[in-house]
Design a protein around this ligand. Structure first.
Ligand code: NAD
Length: 250
């Protein structure tokens, strides 16, 4: 029970990778808080965790809204006394080539994926400093940090920003006990890795030809990397961007 009684926040914890990561922490003894915009999906995550005997709570947040994020962190500290680990996983994808992409779509991707990570860290760090330290894992992507794909400009720009911001914040706070890293997944088994109109079989065929490993990553595999990165086993890993992509960028 590596995370026994640790207070762990997972943003975007109502679906996909965030839900799996929340379950992973709960199975190892953590008090988990899942946060996203939709209450119903969050409640479902809490139900799944409680069915296994774990501890979780659902709180709504819009990570692109400073007051909302401040309120979330405030409620966690009020309820549990501190915030030990933050997994900043919430994110969105909007595809479109540069000249065709609506300005609002571009702005929204930057607002949620990049400003959302800035606002999350901005409000999490003071709470962690007050408690003597903490760990932050920010979700970047191999698209943006290591690889470019036509139609993914907004997403790539936002995620490249996440990695740069993560590395900078890591330098700023490691001396005060907060260890900050990013993770850059390749395609994993969630709706985000499906192209419009694609079935799971279509995705499997596409990925088979694209990725050296020949398949998408499983939710257990990405969860394992996040848990390791958040644990003391990764205590010397600071300001890194851990690529989890089946060999795609190798
Ligand atoms: P997902 O769509 O299942 O999860 C994203 C979550 O973010 C959802 O729960 C959603 O409600 C939440 N969210 C979106 N906007 C929000 C906002 N403004 N405030 C709060 N919550 C918000 O997708 P996923 O595949 O689980 O993605 C999780 C993370 O992993 C994302 O940051 C994504 O960019 C990254 N990622 C995913 C893949 C992949 O193949 N699935 C690859 C690389 C990176």
């Amino acid at each position: 029970m590596k995370f026994q009684d640790k207070v762990v926040l997972v943003t975007g914890g109502g679906s996909g990778i965030g839900r799996a990561v929340a379950q992973g922490f709960a199975r190892r003894g953590a008090q988990v808080v899942v946060a996203a915009r939709g209450q119903e999906a969050l409640d479902q995550t809490v139900k799944l965790i409680e069915a296994e005997g774990g501890r979780a709570a659902a709180l709504t947040v819009d990570v692109s809204d400073s007051a909302s994020v401040a309120g979330l962190v405030g409620r966690i500290v009020e309820r549990y006394g501190r915030l030990d680990i933050a997994i900043n996983n919430a994110g969105v994808l909007a595809m479109g080539q540069v000249a065709d992409q609506p300005e609002d779509d571009f702005a929204q991707v930057i607002d949620i994926n990049l400003n959302g990570i800035f606002l999350s860290m901005k409000h999490q760090i003071p709470a962690m400093l007050a408690a003597g330290g903490g760990v932050i894992v920010n979700f970047s992507s191999q698209i943006g940090t290591h690889k470019r794909i036509p139609g993914f400009g907004a997403y790539a720009a936002s995620k490249a920003g996440v990695t740069a911001l993560t590395r900078t914040a890591a330098l700023e706070y490691i001396g005060r006990g907060i260890r900050i890293n990013a993770i850059s997944p390749g395609p994993h088994d969630t709706s985000m890795s499906m192209r419009p109109g694609e079935t799971e079989a279509d995705r499997a065929a596409r990925v088979k030809g694209q990725l050296p490993i020949g398949r998408v990553g499983s939710l257990d595999e990405i969860t394992g990397t996040v848990l390791w990165l958040a644990s003391e086993d990764a205590g010397f890993v600071v300001g890194s961007d851990i690529v989890v992509d089946g060999g795609s960028t190798a």
